[in-house]
Design a protein around this ligand. Structure first.
Ligand code: A3P
Length: 312
């Protein structure tokens, strides 16, 4: 298999991705954030005013963000759109649920977001500590999804190599950068811990879940999201199969064959095609790429997360 690298994780003299790619990321408030988004992050922190009914989808890149956006959009808008006329049929989930830093605060440091119909649904790859204070002090809901770190690395590696980008790291580069906690929006452990701790402290505001849990039982998780967001499914909806219809519509196999996700293009020069967001959609794909590395990163995670109750 192309890209299969069986000895990743040996402490090799791998070229340093960050050094090579400077200034792709910059250390900002304890995390490696994309340098090109620093000014929009600062604007977001300064100006964003959260409303109590806002919904925020938070993830580290390549954790299933696109899927979660489609599900949440469908749950919340199910009385506005049927599945045959939902804008998801012709619009990427990324445009329907925009990112704060990558989009909303990019062009305009203080956009008027009050015109967005309620409940507003936003997304962020930003770690919890970097979110605007108004989010932390509001009653808004955050759904955070994380993913098996090894699958996350492999997914990211495919993604970044598929982008219109001069950056073409090897899988080994990605792995080493990740182990140092210097990957985009990393460290992984601090990213996950921030939301994990908040989900324990404020369970009615922060829901923590894993890609693997969603894949294992999407119907149960979809009902859980709906409850958490204050849009529970009625008995009638359950009886008529509404939950299953939403789950099926948002499934990997369905979303990836929609024309917009096959050949459409997200605005911006970096993503050549929306199909880059749909690769294999599996759990455990990493075993095809590396195995000696598993123990090394597992040990790092054990140490970094020790005492938190969070495990991977
Ligand atoms: P793989 O590269 O492992 O296939 P993000 O949306 O955060 O960029 O994450 C992309 C990952 O989610 C990719 O993982 C992609 O294939 C997977 N994915 C996208 N849509 C999905 C869906 N509807 N169901 C399951 N996985 C999905």
């Amino acid at each position: 298999m192309e890209g299969k690298e069986s000895n990743i994780g040996s402490s090799s003299s791998t070229p340093n991705l960050i050094a090579k790619s400077k200034p792709y990321t910059t250390q900002f408030q304890g995390f490696s954030v994309p340098s090109e988004h620093i000014s929009s992050i600062i604007s977001f922190q300064k100006h964003f005013q959260a409303l109590d009914d806002d919904i925020i989808i938070a993830t580290k890149p390549k954790s299933g963000t696109t899927w979660l956006k489609a599900l949440v959009f469908s749950i919340v808008n199910r009385h506005r759109y049927t599945l045959s006329n939902t804008p998801l049929n012709f619009t990427t989930p990324h445009l329907l649920v925009p990112y704060f830093d990558l989009e909303l605060y990019k062009e305009n440091p203080n956009p008027d977001l009050y015109t967005i119909p309620s409940p507003r649904i936003f997304s962020a790859h930003l770690p919890y500590p970097i979110l605007a204070d108004s989010i932390k002090h509001s009653n808004c809901r955050i759904i955070y999804m994380t993913r098996n770190p090894f699958d996350n690395i492999v997914s990211y590696w495919h993604f970044i190599n598929g982008m219109n980008n001069t950056l073409k790291p090897s899988l080994e580069d990605c792995f080493e950068t990740f182990c140092r906690g210097e990957e985009v929006y990393g460290p992984f452990w601090d990213h996950a811990l921030g939301y994990w701790n908040m989900s324990l402290e404020k369970p009615s505001n922060v829901l923590f879940l894993r890609y693997e849990e969603l894949l294992e039982d999407p119907v149960a998780q979809t009902k859980r999201f709906a409850e958490f967001l204050g849009f529970p499914f009625s008995m009638e909806e359950e009886k008529t199969g509404m939950v299953n219809q939403i789950v099926d519509f948002c499934s990997f196999n369905n979303l990836k064959i929609l024309e917009v996700n096959k050949t459409g293009k997200t605005p911006g020069p970096k993503i050549p095609s929306n199909k880059l967001f749909f690769r294999s959609g599996k759990v455990g794909d990493y075993v095809n790429y590396f195995s000696p590395a598993v123990e090394r990163l597992s040990n790092i995670l054990k140490e970094k997360l020790s005492g938190s109750g969070l495990t991977f």
